[in-house]
Design a protein around this ligand. Structure first.
Ligand SMILES: [Zn+2]
Length: 82
């Protein structure tokens, strides 16, 4: 029964995209939806957009993709054999 239910539930992102495109319902704009699979519960937190965000703020400082080297990462160092 759970499997039948689960496969009929589209992901939250897909649902939001369809709602946005059709102009229907309430979007998760300025909010964060958390999902606890163990308790099968959702929680909606209201968050304001940060105008100082370096990525999506008023004056973005991050404007292109780049690889950021992590200064400290044991796994990365180990895999390189350094
Ligand atoms: Zn941002």
């Amino acid at each position: 029964m759970f499997h039948n239910k689960a496969k009929n539930i589209p992901s939250g992102g897909t649902t939001e995209a369809i709602k946005y495109l059709l102009g229907l319902g309430d979007l998760l704009t300025n909010s964060l939806l958390t999902y606890d699979a163990l308790k099968m519960s959702f929680r909606k937190l209201n968050l304001s957009r940060n105008p100082d965000c370096p990525l999506c703020g008023e004056n973005p400082k991050i404007t292109e993709l780049f690889d950021e080297e992590q200064a400290v990462c044991d796994l990365k160092e180990g895999s390189r054999g350094n």
